[in-house]
Write a protein that binds this ligand. Sequence first.
Ligand code: SF4
Length: 193
Amino acid sequence: MAVGLPENVFMTTVNAAASWCRKNSLWPMPFATACCGIELMATASSRYDLARFGAEVMRFSPRQCDLMIVAGRVVMKMMPVLQRIWLQMPEPKWCISMGACACSGGVFDTYAVVQGVDRFMPADMYVPGCPPRPEQLIQAIMDLQNKIQATGTLNGTEFGLRTQPMGPTPFDRDEMWRVEDAALQAKVGGFGV
Ligand code: SF4
């Protein structure tokens, strides 16, 4: 005789259950360096209420966070700091690149500004705009939650991706100095300073 499950019982996998818990309890690490940071703050305010999506617990210790939100432009000298904070966050972790500056350098097409943080660390979501509205950041978080549920968090896929070329590569300080020297040489040659 076949025995059916009661209506109040459901079955799932450990991976799906863990992913469901993780996606609904994201703890963001706010890395707000410029005007986009104001929109990030607005997203957590009562008007938009990021708490509705379980992602309002901003923490300023990377070891307590699993969602990096880069909001604003990042200069070359700030990149090692950002990268160190990212590497101090435990796996599994995700990153949202918020605003034109974080995604591509924005209007700051200059050697001093990083032309997209994904050159030095992986980004899972990109939020366009200058600045993006809070609704856009909320949409990115919802999309990320869907991605987390779809890809899972216990099967190691995120670790596999991190070791690929898209993963973080050590910041090359020598390269930074070479770029600065070249720019300085060009300035000396061009303007006769
Ligand atoms: S994208 Fe626009 S609003 Fe955001 S940091 Fe850059 S200049 Fe400021």
